[in-house]
Design a protein around this ligand. Structure first.
Ligand SMILES: [Zn+2]
Length: 468
């Protein structure tokens, strides 16, 4: 039985361990004898979690592993794994292989059928008598039915079965899945490590790519692709001159690649737009651009930020609105819509992360007074607001927010600092999220005044909020 190796129609690409993962991988594999049946590797997007998961899979399937648990890289098990053809390894990723001609197709979710396929697979006898390994990446893309179908296997896995889940948004996983996994935080490279690695990959302008990718090296490598760089420059040139910006021309750029490419092009465009808006807000607030460094972009952002600043006192759509509430009015309407790709209502009680690509920009949409009361933090000097999110933030981290209150079309752009963190699963079922203290400038005092005007006397109430 050992050598009956069915050959899948096409091999999925294997990823090699990255330099900043060596120590963590070695440390984890030194406990090979007590390896958990379900491991969740989590951490920010683009730092190599998937590569780490595949390395662990290879180590678990290696037939001549060293005493420290590291895979030998030469045995049949290692070679099958790296070739994407190990009969005891199943990978559920956002790609499927057509059984007839082996073509790859990208998908958005990991379906229940594929999870059922995995649970059947782990119950079959191992071909090479080492282990059965399933890798699910990204695990949060299992829909509810798929995640439910996995629970039984997570609960009572057959002997020598190992599931490795990968997620950059573990807060989106079902608690019943989370509670059955041992967690491992994927190592995050230092900027210096990331830069060295990018240069070794042939990236000529690592700083530019890193700025685009918020420091995540694998995203930076993708951002440095010459085709993408050229496309991004075209978008930035258009955004830098909003008075000449043609929405039709920009949408035609998204369609240029045809149906297959449209989604990727749209994702890039949203990424560039949110990065541009974030930088505009930063420059308007006197901070340097973060996502779009460089002299030409500095000039454009600084010119535009002045136009934004002069827009504050006049607010044609709502003359009675407080100063500052229409700070972004002069931007093209298309930009405003796209700057808020994933709005969420606090009233619904959902803890969903804001803006997916740019952790620094948060869109907050509050439609009900009660929800605003629960979120507002009047006890902070200058005021502040609680934002439900499962994203990881550090205390003191600077964030930009676009607040949309009571369906007022004029959003409030305000900067602030994370001063409060409610972690996941905290006592009393409190909502996971962060509290942000408004910056003490005109935008901050506008945000505070607007909120307190809406809340009226309720500000002084003693009813509990998300924070106090
Ligand atoms: Zn090996």
């Amino acid at each position: 039985m050992a050598d009956e190796t069915p050959t899948p129609p096409a091999a999925l690409p294997w990823l090699t361990l990255l330099p900043w993962q060596q120590d963590a991988a070695r440390a984890a594999l030194s406990h090979r004898s007590s390896w958990p049946h379900a491991l969740l590797i989590h951490g920010p997007r683009g730092i190599g979690k998937h590569a780490l998961a595949l390395y662990f899979a290879q180590a678990l399937l290696c037939e001549a592993a060293s005493t420290d648990g590291l895979p030998c890289g030469e045995c049949a098990g290692c070679r099958y794994a790296v070739a994407g053809q190990h009969p005891d390894l199943m990978r559920l990723e956002l790609v499927t292989i057509a059984p007839d001609d082996g073509t790859l197709e990208w998908v958005d979710t990991i379906s229940i059928d594929r999870v059922r396929g995995l649970t059947e697979f782990v119950h079959l006898t191992s071909h090479r008598q080492r282990a059965k390994v399933g890798v699910i990446s990204p695990a949060e893309r299992m829909n509810t039915a798929a995640a439910n179908a996995l629970l039984k296997t997570l609960e009572e896995p057959p002997d020598n079965t190992y599931l490795i889940l990968v997620s950059d948004e573990p807060g989106r996983l079902m608690p019943t899945v989370l509670s059955r996994c041992r967690r491992l935080a994927a190592p995050v490279p230092t900027p210096a490590d990331a830069r060295v690695w990018l240069v070794a990959q042939g990236v000529g302008t690592p700083e530019e790519a890193m700025a685009q990718a918020a420091g995540a090296p694998l995203l930076a490598l993708a951002a440095a692709d010459p085709t993408i760089v050229a496309e991004r420059r075209a978008w930035l040139a258009a955004l830098a001159a909003p008075e000449r910006l043609s929405v039709q021309e920009l949408s035609a750029r998204i369609d240029e690649g045809g149906k297959d490419e449209r989604k990727a092009r749209l994702a890039h465009a949203l990424d560039w737009l949110t990065g541009w808006i974030a930088d505009l807000a930063r420059v308007a607030a006197g901070a340097p651009a973060r996502h779009n460094p460089g002299a030409a972009q500095d000039r454009a952002l600084s010119l535009l930020s002045r136009a934004v600043a002069t827009a504050r006192p006049s607010c044609p759509s709502a003359p009675a609105a407080p100063r500052g509430s229409c700070i972004v009015n002069r931007l093209p309407s298309s930009v405003l819509i796209m700057a808020d790709p994933k709005p969420f209502g606090i009233a619904a009680g959902t803890a969903v992360g804001a803006g997916p690509a740019r952790p620094g920009v948060l869109s907050l949409n509050i439609r009900e007074k009660a929800a605003l009361y629960a979120a507002y933090m009047p006890f902070l000097r200058g005021g502040g607001i609680f934002i439900p999110t499962s994203r990881q933030y550090q205390l003191g981290e600077e964030v930009f927010m676009l607040l949309s209150l009571m369906d007022d079309p004029n959003r409030i752009a305000v900067q602030g600092k994370v001063v409060w963190i409610t972690p996941e699963g905290v006592q009393g079922n409190r909502t996971q999220g962060i509290g942000v203290q408004f910056t003490q400038d005109e935008t901050g005092s506008t945000a505070r005044a607007t909120i307190e005007q809406i809340l009226g006397e309720a500000v002084g109430s003693s009813r509990p909020t998300h924070t106090m």
